[in-house]
Design a protein around this ligand. Structure first.
Ligand code: SF4
Ligand code: SF4
Length: 136
């Protein structure tokens, strides 16, 4: 049976310079389409992709990723910033890998650009007032 998943991959620093995605295709016969990526050598990386193939191959490919320390999570549907709650503390700006959250100067307001967001969820736990809301 064929399956298709949209997933977020979190790469540890040691895995960012390895041809892991290439291996998924070559060794596990999976088809991938990278939607967004933020990966630098020797730093943690993040990638959003569509991955499809036979169910058994997908499971083996997922196991291969986990063995290399790559975390998989299903892509959640949506994220929004609740401006009524946000106190512009800036804590989320530093954790956002894609600069979807930025500090506007000189107003010092934190702005959210949904087009840059890969819905990784990193900003959610770091917000002290729960202004970043995940919607499933
Ligand atoms: S979920 Fe949050 S941290 Fe992740 S890309 Fe979107 S705004 Fe940035
Ligand atoms: S961490 Fe929360 S309160 Fe602080 S700027 Fe980000 S969204 Fe606003």
């Amino acid at each position: 049976m064929k399956v298709a998943h949209r997933i977020v991959l979190h790469f540890p620093p040691a895995a960012t310079d390895q041809p892991i995605i290439y291996r998924l295709s070559k060794d596990y016969d999976l088809v991938f389409n990278i939607l967004k990526a933020s990966v630098s050598p020797q730093e943690e990386g993040l990638m959003v992709l569509d991955l499809s193939g036979e169910e058994a191959d997908y499971q083996r490919g997922a196991e291969y990723l986990r063995k290399h320390g790559v975390q998989l999570q299903p892509l959640v549907q949506d994220i929004r910033k609740n401006d009524d709650r946000c106190v512009d503390c800036g804590a989320c700006v530093g954790v956002c890998p894609t600069e979807a959250l930025t500090l506007e100067r000189p107003s010092m307001r934190v702005l959210f650009d949904p087009d840059q967001c890969v819905v990784c969820g990193e900003c959610v736990p770091c917000c002290p007032v729960e202004a970043m809301e995940l919607r499933f």
